[in-house]
Ligand binder design. Structure first.
Ligand SMILES: *Cc1c(COP(=O)(O)O)cnc(C)c1O
Length: 472
């Protein structure tokens, strides 16, 4: 596969370069494949339940062609995904896609585990380790740390802001051993990010250590997220009649979004033939994308804090990819759009529980509420000329091409549940009155010793530590 650049279509490079570089330093653009080949008709038309790993292998294949042989790709997929993504019906026309069955209980495991194995593969003939530096505000650090833990040839240093992540998140970050460690920085997330960025531009340091990032803009984190869209839409197509008595429903994926990497992966799956009719972009008060869809103007802004904190992004990095792949009109025809304010998030966790019995986390709750409003008259009202104010929480005044499918009750929704509710236990308890049971893999972390290393927000100290402790 040839990869090009969102800012300069004359750029042509291979998968390895796109993965190792993360982004194109010369243009500031992001890498995208020049095409998204359709999956074979054989797989797309199968009427039996698909195998997640089989779909993953077949979808990944064209993107690594000529660079990773089939047998090695198969081993990578096998090792990355000992878990899958269950599709759970929650009411008569909605499913929840549970993306939290990986080791750190959030969907980021799907992307990070594939990326780690691909990087290890590309590093296999090097004599020195590749050092990954990653700044995190919470979920990304633990997914990356866990994905790279004990992966040969790779070494990870996580920086997180001391006192600014949840207790459980801190446990997940601070208890790694072996080739992964965390520095707790006396500063903010932005300070952590600045230390990492300074290290990347420090030539003296780079002459001694091979450095790379595990940023969410990396194409090797985006491609594997498309696997579960294909898998779940094929599953729902086969089982919808039995569950919903709707024949050949339009399948709508509702995606709680921050950086819009997850939703971009959904677009890739659709391009590759997944039976998905449309998407709902669901955000919290960080409504940069809903505003873009409503007004046609894209204005990045500082982020605001919410209960769905992994979606607190005011300048979503994958806007750049979406805008490179589609016109605004195409986006408006594919996307429903919705945003929910902070009180609405708690209320939605509570409403989802009382109406369906399903315990949803604060991120998934944004998606649940969006779909609930859309199918309970939201599109009808828009169609009847009601003018929603896009600066107020709720449905963006935009009717996608599939709006009538919802109005005519010919659509089913797949709500992406991006994290396990126990990761946000106190918020969920506040909303439902019940504390979600903690999965074993999270419980285990709670009893491990804290191995985090204190660090001042001081580049000289950080550099000195790296040179003294990392192997060149
Ligand atoms: C990262 C994250 C999101 C947002 O995903 P994007 O790809 O950045 O849009 C949503 N929910 C959870 C739990 C996350 O960790």
């Amino acid at each position: 596969m040839i990869y090009t650049d969102t800012r300069d279509k004359s750029v042509k490079t291979d998968f390895r370069t796109a993965v190792v570089n993360g982004m194109n330093e010369k243009t500031g653009g992001l890498y995208i494949p020049v095409e998204f080949p359709k999956l074979s008709a054989d797989l797309l038309n199968k009427t039996t339940e698909p195998s997640f790993r089989n779909i993953a292998f077949e979808m990944a294949k064209p993107y690594v062609e000529g660079e990773i042989p089939d047998a090695d790709l198969e081993a990578i997929i096998h090792d990355a995904y000992p878990f899958t993504a269950p599709v759970v019906p929650v009411d008569k026309n909605s499913y929840v896609l549970e993306l939290f069955h990986g080791p750190t209980c959030a969907f980021k495991d799907f992307g990070a585990r594939f990326m780690a194995r691909v990087m290890s593969y590309f590093n296999r003939n090097e004599s020195s380790p590749l050092h990954i530096l990653v700044a995190t505000s919470g979920d990304t650090g633990s997914a990356v740390g866990s994905a790279f833990h004990n992966v040969p040839g790779l070494d990870v240093t996580i920086l997180y802001p001391e006192g600014k992540v949840s207790e459980l998140q801190e446990k997940q970050l601070s208890t790694f051993d072996g080739n992964v460690r965390a520095l707790k920085v006396k500063g903010t997330f932005d300070d952590c990010q600045k230390l990492v960025k300074t290290a990347f531009t420090d030539n003296e340091l780079r002459a001694k250590l091979r450095l790379s990032s595990a940023n969410s803009i990396n194409i090797s984190r985006l491609l594997p997220q498309s696997f579960y869209y294909m898998y779940s839409s094929l599953c729902v197509r086969e089982r919808a009649w039995g569950d919903t008595k709707i024949e050949n429903p339009s399948i709508i994926c509702i995606v709680p979004s921050g950086n819009f990497g997850n939703l971009t992966s959904g677009l890739i799956a659709k391009e590759m033939g997944a039976p998905i009719t449309g998407f709902v972009a669901a955000t919290n008060s960080n409504r940069t994308i809903p505003d873009w869809i409503a007004t046609g103007e894209y204005n990045a802004r500082p982020s605001v804090e919410t209960w769905a904190n992994a979606m607190d992004v005011g300048a979503p990095s994958n806007y750049e990819r979406i805008a490179a792949m589609y016109s605004l009109e195409q986006v408006r025809s594919m996307f429903g759009s919705y945003w929910l304010d902070n009180d609405g998030i708690i209320k939605s966790v509570s409403d989802c529980y009382s109406k369906t019995g399903y315990t949803i986390d604060p991120h998934g709750a944004v998606g649940w509420k969006a779909w609930s409003d859309i199918k309970n008259g939201g599109f009808e009202a828009l169609k009847n000329g009601e003018k929603n104010d896009p600066t107020k929480p709720g449905l963006t005044p935009n009717l996608p091409a599939w709006a009538d499918d919802v109005i005519n009750k010919k659509a089913v929704g797949i709500i992406l549940e991006t994290a396990h509710p126990a990761k946000f236990g106190s918020t969920v308890q506040q909303a439902t009155g019940k504390s979600p049971a903690i999965p074993d893999r999270l419980e285990k972390v709670l009893s491990l010793p804290d191995r985090s290393i204190p660090m001042n927000n001081d580049y000289a100290q950080f550099k000195e530590w790296l040179l003294a402790n990392l192997q060149g």
